[in-house]
Design a protein around this ligand. Structure first.
Ligand code: XMP
Length: 326
């Protein structure tokens, strides 16, 4: 498949068009790989999940999925990957618990791009190790989508976790969704029967929570971040904002402020809420969130999350702030 989307290619917007695309790709994948094995790094994000579901349909257990838990995923994500792919789709799934390995490598590292580099490189290393343990894996599948091919000159090193392993030779690459835009990938995912909270998921950076636990990552602050993010997502979903706000998450910076909790002085981290809308992530505007909802979120985060005594709302559009804090 060429890397350029033909002018004549119809935008996939309906289940019928999705089915047509799926049928074509099933045939193309079978033709490309025959009865050989294909390896896929399955993060649980929209793109890799859709590729996994498609390839399971095409080649079943000849697809080997590797899910690396680097400790920087959102609450419940590794569990959902196992539930959907291993339990429901009967996929050949290898789960790698690499949490300690990543957090040890990241300990004491505060420079954002250095953190990204460590996460990206360590990911490739773990993935390569798993690939080496397997015999006769001939193809590498990737969830590349069209914007990945078009993207140029970002502000940050957006090298996604899941870059190509350099030391292993594959016969070829399988990239069935590389000419599709995100909205089309979601239509395909729905048609393949993936759960809506997987298909309609907001964008999540490859380095995950690592760029939201600012400065040098510590386990306790990472846990506060994961819990506050889960509360924010839950409250946004309850308020019907899921799918309406483009991206929303929390940040827990590496400094503390004085507060009062249960009648006693506290000295704890703040938690910052970010909720933005954008078309292409190059610029972004701030969402007006109802005060009542914000109040509920503040009460829950300060009441339920260990180590947080303040909640702030970031009102800065992009520019001048980037969407992420690192
Ligand atoms: P910024 O912070 O540059 O983010 O305004 C724009 C969009 O990109 C996401 N983002 C990343 N995605 N790897 C990724 O795959 C990264 O290192 C990374 N940094 C930012 C961010 O979440 C937003 O959607």
């Amino acid at each position: 498949m060429a890397d350029v989307r033909p002018e004549s290619m119809e935008r996939i917007t309906t289940p019928e068009l999705a089915r047509k695309f799926i049928d074509e790709q099933l045939a193309a994948v079978k033709e490309q790989v025959g009865d050989k094995k294909v390896l896929l790094a399955l993060s649980g994000g929209v793109d890799s999940s859709v590729v996994a579901a498609l390839l399971i349909k095409a080649i079943g257990k000849n697809l080997v999925c590797v899910h690396v838990n680097h400790g920087l995923l959102r609450k419940g994500e590794p569990e959902q990957v196992i539930e959907v792919f291993r339990n429901q789709m009967d996929a050949n799934l290898i789960y790698v618990d690499a949490v300690d390995r990543f957090l040890d490598k990241l300990a004491g590292v505060s420079e954002p791009e250095k953190k990204r580099k460590i996460i990206g490189e360590e990911f490739i290393r773990v993935f390569e190790e798993e690939a080496r343990k397997l015999e006769n894996v001939d193809f590498l599948a990737q969830g590349t989508i069209y914007p990945d091919i078009l993207e140029s000159g970002p502000v940050k090193a957006h090298h996604n976790v899941g870059g190509l392993p350099e030391d292993i030779h594959f016969e070829g690459l399988v990239e069935p969704i590389k000419l599709l835009f995100k909205d089309e990938v979601r239509v395909i995912g729905r048609e393949l029967g993936l759960p809506s909270n997987m298909v309609d998921r907001q964008p999540f950076p490859g380095p995950g929570l690592g760029v939201r636990c600012t400065g040098a990552i510590t386990r306790d602050r990472l846990e506060a971040l994961r819990e506050s993010d889960a509360i924010l997502r839950e409250e946004f979903a309850k308020a019907g904002l899921e799918g309406k706000v483009w991206q929303y998450f929390t940040i827990v910076p590496d400094y503390k402020s004085v507060g009062v909790k249960g009648g006693f002085r506290s000295f704890e981290w703040p938690c910052i809420i970010r909720a933005v809308n954008t078309r292409d992530a190059m610029t972004a505007t701030i969402e007006e969130i109802p005060y009542e909802l914000l109040g509920r979120i503040v009460a829950r985060i300060t009441g339920e999350v260990k180590g947080i005594n303040r909640v702030l709302y970031d009102l800065t559009p992009k520019p001048t702030g980037t969407i992420e804090w690192e």
